[in-house]
Design a protein around this ligand. Structure first.
Ligand SMILES: O=C(CO)[C@H](O)[C@H](O)COP(=O)(O)O
Length: 145
């Protein structure tokens, strides 16, 4: 899978994210501190989210200290459903019930072992085929129109 990756800093797990993703067989398109060092969270996380909306990449991972700014910026991009995930259970739910296509990570809260659990759950997950779940996701898309 092609994954855009954005972070506003090289704090916490940010430096190991590229190797974690490449180690899982993904191709990484980096933005912000993990690329050229530009570190505005709003800009780099929106940039990664736009990659997904434009079909340049399949999914994105966006990071900031809290994870909140990263998720807010990504969710401003139409077609993006970004989920701030602090554990594997949340990541599994975000894929299943929200069809989330952008994973937001808090660099403050996420240790390396926790990151691996979150990534495992995120990439193992797939969207629910339940009618009510699909209707909820459709409603989110309709709100963008
Ligand atoms: O969490 C964040 C935004 O939601 C940022 O990572 C945080 O605001 C960065 O702060 P600073 O520029 O002082 O390191």
């Amino acid at each position: 899978m092609r994954i855009s990756l954005a972070s506003d800093s090289l704090d916490g797990v940010a430096p190991i994210l590229i190797s974690e993703l490449e180690g899982r067989g993904h191709t990484v398109v980096p933005h912000g501190a993990v690329s050229d060092g530009r570190a505005d969270w709003a800009w780099c996380c929106a940039r990664a989210a736009r990659d997904v909306a434009e079909g340049v990449t399949d999914q994105a991972i966006v990071c900031c200290w809290t994870g909140t700014g990263a998720s807010i910026a990504a969710n401003k991009v139409p077609g993006v459903r970004a989920a701030l995930c602090v554990d594997a259970e949340t990541a599994a739910g975000a894929r299943k019930w929200n069809d989330a296509n952008v994973l937001a990570i808090s660099l403050r809260l996420t240790s390396a072992p926790l990151l691996r659990e979150i990534l495992d759950a995120w990439f193992a997950g797939s969207v629910s085929t339940d009618e009510a779940d699909i209707a909820n996701i459709s409603y989110i898309s309709e709100m963008e129109n």
